[in-house]
Design a protein around this ligand. Structure first.
Ligand code: HEM
Length: 135
């Protein structure tokens, strides 16, 4: 069975965002075991979303979308790399709770970059010319 690339992207983006919401809730409630399990789950879903995003990208002439394309690709890479920030500060917080405020701020940075990547990615696909593929 093959999953349609656009459906796969929509599904895994939704699952990633829903899981990240649960990551934040469990972090705020100090439910540590669930928090860490959900972080791993969110990163797996994010990996699947990126896989399908690359497939969807092949269906469009992304250059035709203009300046939004390099903007989105840069923000998407930054957002992905930014997950290292809550990962590292989360490990620091496990060792010493004094790092919790820093962990919170860095988690917010990663989440804001993810939101900007989602908005710019949607705009990019909306503005790009679909490639007509042979049937
Ligand atoms: C996407 C990644 C992550 C996000 C968005 C996130 C988010 C949060 C948030 C919002 C809090 C609450 C902070 C507060 O109350 O001020 C928190 C707490 C915490 N997080 Fe994370 N986190 C992430 C990854 C991790 C990882 C990878 C670890 C550990 C390996 C971790 C360990 C902790 C710990 C130890 C706390 C404090 C819990 C307590 O109060 O006892 N987090 N996290």
């Amino acid at each position: 069975m093959t999953i349609d690339a656009k459906l796969g992207l929509a599904l895994f983006l939704f699952l990633t965002v829903a899981t990240l919401v649960l990551v934040v809730i469990t972090g705020l409630k100090a439910r540590l075991r669930s928090h860490i399990t959900l972080v791993v789950t969110a990163l797996v879903f994010l990996g699947c979303a990126i896989y399908f995003a690359v497939q969807v990208g092949h269906l469009y002439d992304l250059k035709s979308a203009g300046v939004i394309t390099p903007i989105h690709l840069t923000v998407a890479k930054l957002a992905t790399a930014a997950y290292l920030l809550p990962l590292i500060s989360g490990l620091m917080t496990l060792r010493d709770r004094k790092h919790k405020p820093l962990h919170f701020k860095l988690a917010v940075v990663a989440l804001i970059l993810t939101a900007i990547a989602a908005v710019t990615g949607t705009l990019m696909l909306w503005m790009a010319r679909p490639l007509s593929l042979p049937l």
